[in-house]
Design a binder for this molecule. Structure first.
Ligand SMILES: Cc1cc2nc3c(=O)[nH]c(=O)nc-3n(C[C@H](O)[C@H](O)[C@H](O)COP(=O)(O)OP(=O)(O)OC[C@H]3O[C@@H](n4cnc5c(N)ncnc54)[C@H](O)[C@@H]3O)c2cc1C
Length: 453
């Protein structure tokens, strides 16, 4: 069988150009492993395309966007030291706007320090492309790309929580549950409600086989112990129209405040719930709209199709994808992307680059286990409660994993050390030097509209 590498436009070039889109757990792990491989002789140069100059720890931002200024700052970890100054990796701050899989190019819009468009679009040619653009998350797991704007947005969200007596999360998956637990624990006097369309919390993850009914049952007990009210079997109508209700203010996408002295009324299966503040926590979607029409195949749900070696079919063997944007069987986990799939993709790319440079046939690639890489799922309900599931199993005593491995600092210290080669203390010091977060986020820091190549 002919090698997918043979006949590629760059087959005769010695040094292979690798472009990595996204520098969160997936993209950082791949680029850092390739940097090491290059130092060890692999013939690669790496260009990372990422609009942020920090790793945004989206799951710790659940606490940062609702209750804790310190966790918010610790969630924005500068990546200035993530790659060696004299190494094989170059960071281009910008958004990938489209891929031309036939021409093997990526179109990029550069951004400035605050995430605003800066300069002309660029076209980056690649020999190998690694896609790790992750998922678009709702508030409280999102923040603008500029550090200043991100701190301001997280502070604004916290201020809205502090000012509200009745906080409602629509969507009872992990994000809604974790955020509700944070708010209720920090502010016991507030009424905190999760409204969920399923018959039990986290029902989508259970249906997908990622969580077990046992986890669901134990988690529900922790949520009840925290004092969070739960309304099940309730699909709130017209979520898209919430912001258009008279007097309702849209504070951020998916975050709505009632008019002063009024309420946002929501109808559940059994009653009416009145809210001062509503978060829509109905789930993430793959950040792949910009790939439409690019030749990179997507699943009906928008995930990038991959095989067991994380290679994207139909792109000449040159494109890989991992993390939350990829349709692999892996657990959706930064830990898995950072420690398993990321290093594996880097090893595959480095092996292909070596073979190509040496004019050898394509080597056998490393493949994920048949069912994908499983993960440890840790769902805090405030800093003291929660539930964890190790691959396939959990029990009441698994709650201790939550405080031991996650809610102590929401993994910000470990993330800083492993991916950004710094410490949480350094991160906090850097943000403190900037002064308190400003009140308003600059509008220019928003993501660009989805665009195809
Ligand atoms: C409530 C909740 C709790 C969780 N807790 C944990 C946990 O405790 N531990 C854990 O391991 N996982 C946890 N996860 C999962 C984890 O958040 C994700 O799996 C992880 O963020 C995926 O990493 P990623 O690299 O694929 O993408 P992301 O983290 O989504 O990052 C994608 C990156 O790509 C960039 N990007 C996007 N589009 C473009 C573009 N067009 N051009 C250039 N750059 C682009 C973004 O700016 C971003 O930096 C949790 C998830 C949820 C919902």
């Amino acid at each position: 069988m002919a090698s997918p590498l043979s006949g590629s436009p760059a087959a005769k070039s010695a040094t292979q150009r690798v472009v990595v889109v996204g520098a969160s757990w997936g993209g950082l792990a791949v680029s850092q492993a390739l940097e090491k491989a290059a130092a060890g002789g692999a013939p690669v140069t790496v260009t990372v395309v990422e609009p942020r100059d920090h790793l945004f720890v989206n799951f710790s931002a659940v606490s940062g966007a609702t209750v804790s200024a310190e966790v918010a700052d610790a969630s924005l970890i500068p990546t200035a030291k993530a790659w060696k100054a004299d190494g094989a990796v170059t960071h281009v701050r910008g958004w990938a706007l489209g891929v031309d899989a036939a021409a093997r190019t990526v179109r990029v819009r550069p951004v400035d320090a605050e995430g605003a468009p800066a300069g002309d679009e660029r076209t980056l040619p690649y020999d190998f492309l690694v896609l790790a653009p992750g998922a678009e998350q709702p508030v409280p797991m999102s923040a603008p790309v500029g550090t200043r704007a991100a701190r301001a947005a997280l502070a604004a969200s916290r201020a809205a929580v502090a000012a509200a007596a009745r906080v409602v999360f629509i969507g009872g998956g992990a994000t809604g549950v974790e955020a509700a637990g944070e708010v209720k624990t920090a502010f016991p006097a507030k009424t905190v409600t999760v409204i969920h369309s399923g018959a039990a919390l986290c029902s989508s993850a259970v249906e997908l086989g990622k969580l077990t009914p046992r986890f669901q049952e134990l988690l529900a007990a922790e949520v009840a112990a925290a004092g969070v009210a739960v309304e099940l079997n309730s699909r709130v109508a017209d979520l898209a129209g919430l912001g258009a209700r008279p007097g309702v203010t849209t504070l951020a996408p998916g975050l709505f405040a009632a008019p002063p002295g009024g309420a946002i009324e929501l109808v559940t299966a059994s009653k009416k719930v009145s809210a001062d503040l509503v978060f829509i926590t109905t789930g993430a979607k793959p950040a792949t709209g910009w790939l439409a029409g690019s030749g990179v195949p997507l699943t009906p749900g928008g995930l990038i199709q991959v095989d067991g070696a994380y290679r994207v079919p139909g792109c000449g063997g040159a494109v890989f994808a991992l993390g939350d944007a990829a349709g692999s069987r892996d657990a959706r986990s930064g830990y898995v992307a950072g420690n398993y799939s990321g290093p594996m993709v880097a090893a595959n790319v480095a092996a292909l680059a070596r073979a190509r440079a040496a004019g050898k046939p394509e080597p056998a690639l490393k493949r994920a286990p048949e069912g994908g890489h499983g993960g440890v799922i840790i769902c805090p309900v405030g800093p003291k409660l929660g539930m964890a599931q190790l691959p396939g199993v959990c029990g009441p005593n698994y709650a201790r994993f939550v405080t031991k491995f996650k809610s102590a600092d929401y993994m910000t210290g470990q993330s800083a050390a492993q991916y950004a080669h710094t410490t949480k203390e350094e991160v906090l010091k850097g943000h403190a030097a900037r002064g308190p977060p400003e009140a308003a986020a600059p509008a220019s820091a928003a993501a660009p509209a989805t665009a195809a190549a």
